[in-house]
Design a protein around this ligand. Structure first.
Ligand SMILES: Nc1ncnc2c1ncn2[C@@H]1O[C@H](COP(=O)(O)OP(=O)(O)OP(=O)(O)O)[C@@H](O)[C@H]1O
Ligand SMILES: [Mg+2]
Length: 423
């Protein structure tokens, strides 16, 4: 739940997946005894984003307006607030353990508040905004693995926090763009986290799993374990890079390369690749249609995707979080639909890999069941469920540190909100 009691009262919720290739707006309604039902959807072409960041305000605004207007018409409601996603290259996870002494002997709400509060003040990055703040684990007097420490006796209370951070600059541009559409951001969720909420099974999030969202301009990952988000990462490479590589390698326009990719493209070599000739439309009027062996196309596709997955794998290994990631990978995003990507991911990661399709929302038409709608579906599900987060609502983009703000009562109130919802 994004803003606690306020949002719980509202029966409809709009979400916006603003990607580098497409914008999706979904409007959902609370469904008694089930969760959420989709009542409207709309799409727009995303022309103003590059690698997840707004680079052309007007073009991005156009895509958002188109998607929202279509969804509003379908649902018969007017949208004011939207829950949005981000996948930016500046996305990063930070883990922190904070311990405080307490005097009373028995852990109470105020002790939890104090330790959560000091973790927020110790996070001293004014150039970053906190997108998610999740308590992973509590400890009392070195005894860790405690779910609810209240009522326990001891001298010190500790919490392991997971913060997801992103650069304030690109977030401000995104917020500005959404304001220009006369919409208000109710929350910001990182893409692979949202995707995970839509496609994972309970066993996967419990035992450990990595979600990799392969979009047009960004490939991002989220590691889930013990039903919590443990780690996120993102690299500014995606399906568009594959298309560009094809356009260059086969000397054909980008539009033709995109078509060639979806029709003939594969990340794995096939038996007849040497004989099969791929028709490549000419770059200019003076050139002619030419043919290239499919082997060449496959090599181009494979090397880009293999490299992307290897970079991500190495970053996860370097972060030390692979130990939590389990033996399974679930792929989402448009680019995972390319032939052979699943098998290539199994090879690169040496883990079981499946394609994740969104589930758990009523009224999803077949057209919305693909892995490229995982993020939007996840945002919708998240909007109608309880949050495990300390901070809810839109991130603070002022660039001021928590320490400077704590006396305003703002974030402090949010921590309390979390306590009320989680125990
Ligand atoms: N059937 C398909 N085969 C191969 N590639 C596909 C297919 N369908 C979509 N793609 C690719 O998926 C990419 C778009 O994926 P998606 O819609 O998830 O991106 P996005 O959310 O707009 O972008 P991002 O999340 O990176 O900001 C494009 O590069 C497109 O070429
Ligand atoms: Mg996306």
């Amino acid at each position: 739940m994004f803003s606690g009691g306020v949002k719980r009262k509202s029966e409809t919720l709009a979400v916006l997946d603003i990607g580098s290739s497409k914008v999706v707006c979904l409007i959902g309604q609370r469904e008694p005894n089930f969760g959420v039902r989709l009542i409207g959807s709309g799409f727009g072409v995303s022309a103003g984003l590059k690698n997840g960041a707004v680079v052309d305000m007007e073009a991005a605004e156009h895509g958002i307006r188109t998607a929202v207007e279509k969804a509003e018409r379908a649902a018969g409601v007017t949208v004011q607030g939207v829950a949005v996603n981000v996948a930016l290259r500046s996305l990063r996870s930070q883990h922190m353990t904070v311990t405080t002494e307490f005097a009373s002997g028995e852990v109470a709400d105020r002790d939890l508040k104090r330790v959560l509060s000091s973790s927020l003040s110790e996070l001293a990055q004014p150039e970053d905004a906190i997108l998610h703040a999740l308590p992973l684990n509590w400890s009392v007097d070195e005894e860790s693995g405690i779910r609810d420490p209240r009522g326990m006796f001891g001298k010190s209370l500790g919490v392991d926090m997971h913060f997801v951070l992103a650069g304030v600059g690109p977030l401000r541009n995104l917020a500005h763009c959404i304001e220009r559409c006369h919409l208000e951001i109710t929350s910001v969720t990182v893409s692979p986290y949202a995707a995970g909420l839509a496609v994972l099974t309970e066993d996967e999030t419990d035992l450990g799993v990595t979600v990799i969202d392969m979009g047009g301009g960004v490939t991002s990952a989220a590691i889930f374990r013990d039903n919590t988000l443990m780690h996120v990462d993102a690299i500014p490479v995606g399906g568009k890079n594959v298309t560009n590589d094809i356009a260059r390698g086969l000397v054909t326009p980008s539009e033709a390369a995109e078509r060639i990719k979806t029709i003939y493209g594969s990340a794995l070599h096939g038996a007849d690749d040497d004989e099969f000739m791929v028709p490549c439309p000419p770059m200019g009027a003076q050139d002619e249609l030419h043919h290239q062996p499919r082997t060449l196309l496959t090599s181009i596709v494979r090397s880009r995707i293999e490299e992307t997955l290897e970079i991500l794998r190495d970053r996860i290994t370097d972060s030390g979080m692979d130990a939590y990631a389990g033996r399974r990978i679930v792929l989402t995003g448009g680019a995972c639909q390319l032939n052979g990507v699943r098998e290539l991911a199994e090879y690169v990661f040496n883990k079981r890999v499946r394609i994740g399709r969104p589930h758990g929302v009523l009224g999803m038409r077949d057209a919305l069941n693909g892995p490229d709608f995982a993020v939007a579906t996840g945002l919708l599900k998240q909007g109608f469920s309880e949050s495990a987060e300390v901070i809810t609502g839109p991130p603070d983009l002022s660039g001021r540190r928590y320490r400077q703000k704590r006396y305003t009562g703002n974030s402090f109130g949010r921590s309390l909100q979390w306590l009320r919802e989680n125990f």
